[in-house]
Ligand binder design. Sequence first.
Ligand SMILES: Nc1ncnc2c1ncn2[C@@H]1O[C@H](COP(=O)(O)OP(=O)(O)OP(=O)(O)O)[C@@H](O)[C@H]1O
Length: 342
Amino acid sequence: MIRFEGVSKQFQINDQVIQAIDNVDLTVEKGEIYGVIGFSGAGKSTLIRCVNLLETPSSGKVWVNDQDIQSLSKENLREMRRKIGMIFQHFHLLESKTVFDNIGFPLSLAGEPKSKINKKVKELLDFVGLSDKANHYPDQLSGGQKQRVGIARALSTSPEILLCDEATSALDPQTTQSILDLLKRIQKEYNITILMITHEMQVIREICDRVAVMELGKIIEEGTIFDVFSNPQHVTTRNFVKTVMNDEIPSSIIRMIESKEGTKHIYRLLFEGNFAGDPILSMASKNHDVHTNILFGQITELQGKPFGNLIVEFRGEDSDIHKALEYIRETVGVKELNIDGC
Ligand SMILES: Nc1ncnc2c1ncn2[C@@H]1O[C@H](COP(=O)(O)OP(=O)(O)OP(=O)(O)O)[C@@H](O)[C@H]1O
């Protein structure tokens, strides 16, 4: 468990004071994957670096497993740091050491016996799928493979917490996916608490349980992935959500709707985790003698629940359409559509 309590951090450059973190309160529960998202300069890196005291807060407290880390003795802090692994955007591998030695490096530093290092490194090489690369050097690896080495190295001391600093930002989408899958496996199999910072909402959506949005050093919004993605409150959060779940209707569809003559019965059906898979449109159509025409839609999955919307045109008698909509409303949200797409 990680808890930030009124944490602030200022940097001073000449006579200028930079407020990198501003009175942050945040709790990451044991075993969850918690994401912090924000634009460049929001304070994410500074925040995550306060967990292992790579940065010292100017004020406030950081608790790790109910221990105030700033009150630890040097020796206890060293011990605590062994429980906190970290992975980085640019991997930070030692170029002159093999994959095997990179992974075993934290254990060598801690003076662990060779037999223990060998056993642990072999287990981790297998876990991250790099057993055949043990004797390769970092410059012989792809970005994704390098990050796997970084992850294995972070796991070598059997940490309880893994800090991920933009761990997938240097990777292509396919490799990103494989690294995210690996992080999910780590959470499940090792029950590790993961705190990750990123500027990619896709990454948050993919694996996090909860998310905090940071701006100008403050947490401006926080919640479960489902709540934040389905009902973002702050304009910055809405902009992040839009990058992965754009519910604006394309202009070609709006033009097509506008060109239709006569009364238009066009509705937005909102799927917000409340849909059990019944064929509601075809049932509404069959039971109430209306025709339905899906004009546009985007349904995705958030934390295992369907989320999104469909823009549907209904044709038929007004009274039948009314009854069909009543039936649909029992299952999903229904909103009449203004032509401006709202
Ligand atoms: N060591 C430092 N000295 C001075 N200013 C710093 C230092 N580290 C960070 N800052 C400043 O603190 C603010 C927050 O930076 P931080 O790196 O935490 O943001 P970020 O959200 O991680 O951004 P990015 O994604 O670009 O790394 C920025 O204005 C940055 O310039």
